[in-house]
Design a protein around this ligand. Structure first.
Ligand code: MRU
Length: 367
């Protein structure tokens, strides 16, 4: 069993050995808290593609730290920069939907472009540290802006907790700290605003039941796990006041790609006049694209994630098949919620309309 770990970090350099990056192996949660070592950039690529780490901001941070490891490995090779560029290409190909991955890789490569070979490891290390520091500050600011929204809604429903529905894990485990969708919730809870979270289990990988429920529990936030299809029913019966999800890629017009099933929640929220907010660091905005349905690449993953379920049986991790052997399966990992279904975007610079003008009002440098 895991102990209380409300203060966990998601990625860090190993104490007394700065040639090793450490992560939580999120595949083992909530049953076991296992720290995994990344000793070379291929370990980092494996951790991203096999989802030891996941969540858009943490994927980006892991890529940055993996390039630091590539920098250490490159020392003494004939062409260190070439080695790092090859590692960057491999890392960027690990998962297609979250734009933070390419963003982090591009940012790190830009920093080393004109540097001396012998300065590469220290430059790569300080850039990975900066990306992590900035991400936790971004999440903190998302939390403050989202808190104001929660307080405004709570003021209209005195005497009972505000019910917030979330999908997947856009929590601290998906970022460096605080999370995105969870940051306002954590701040509200800390401030004494009564909140209760409906946690979608989020098949097939169960990020809701295995990660979001776990981290809310660690911090003492009241929550209830529901099957993915329950949200519409709860909304029809007045049991959801607000939805907040994360996003893996946001277009400049405000369409958002997030874990498969998010779109259906947004449709149900729209039908029931329930505010549907998406919390995002600006690092998930892809300013080059406008139409999310047509332009965002949607990851398709192994059929086994759908045909099988993993869980604990008598203290042992077991995977069981729930289908006939020959059942055809498809496994789309993300969907796109059009901007028209999004009430607003909660960013580190404030809350805006899910539209090009809304985003540009907060990020005028992208005009
Ligand atoms: O497949 P995952 O677990 O990486 O998907 C994660 C999500 O969809 C999150 O909601 C998204 O990355 C936002 S994280 C702050």
């Amino acid at each position: 069993m895991t102990n209380s770990r409300a203060d966990f970090r998601t990625i860090w350099l190993k104490n007394e050995d700065d040639s090793i990056v450490q992560i939580i192996d999120q595949r083992q949660l909530p049953h076991d808290y296992v720290v995994a070592d990344l000793t070379n950039y291929r370990d980092g690529a494996y951790a991203i593609s096999e989802m030891l780490v996941r969540g858009a901001p943490l994927i980006g941070a892991t890529a940055a730290w993996s390039l630091y490891l590539a920098g250490l490995e490159a020392e003494g090779t004939a062409n260190p920069r070439r080695f790092i560029q090859q590692a960057a290409a491999e890392l960027a190909a690990t998962r297609p939907t979250a734009v933070n991955l390419q963003w982090a890789v591009d940012r790190v490569l830009a920093v080393i472009e004109n540097a001396d070979d012998n300065a590469l490891p220290s430059l790569l290390r300080s850039e990975a540290e900066a990306i992590c520091y900035e991400d936790s500050e971004i999440s903190r600011n998302i939390g403050s802006h989202g808190l104001a929204l929660i307080e405004a809604i709570a003021a209209n429903i005195p005497g009972r907790p505000i019910n917030i529905l979330t999908h997947c894990n856009a929590g601290a485990l998906a970022t460096i700290a605080w999370g995105t969708a969870t940051a306002p919730i954590y701040m509200a809870h800390a401030k004494g605003v009564p909140v209760h979270v409906w946690v979608d289990e989020t098949r097939p990988r169960n990020q809701g039941s295995q990660l979001t429920a776990w981290e809310l529990g660690q911090r003492g936030v009241p929550h209830t796990l529901i099957v993915d299809n329950a949200g519409g029913h709860l909304m029809q019966h007045g049991q959801v006041d607000l939805c907040i999800t994360g996003t893996d890629r946001t277009t400049r017009c405000g369409d958002v790609a997030n874990k498969i099933g998010t779109y259906l929640k947004a449709l149900a929220a729209s039908d029931n006049n329930i505010p549907f907010y998406v919390a995002l660091p600006s690092t998930t905005i892809d300013w080059k694209i406008r139409n999310g349905v047509q332009e965002i690449p949607i990851e398709q993953r192994d059929a086994r994630e759908v045909s099988h379920i993993v869980g604990m049986v008598d203290g042992q991790r077991k995977e069981v098949c729930t289908t006939a052997n020959n059942t055809p399966v498809s496994n789309y990992a993300f969907d796109v919620t059009p901007a028209r279904l999004v009430t607003g975007l909660i960013t580190e610079r404030g809350v805006c309309a899910a539209s090009e003008s809304g985003l540009l009002s907060l990020f005028p440098e992208h005009k």
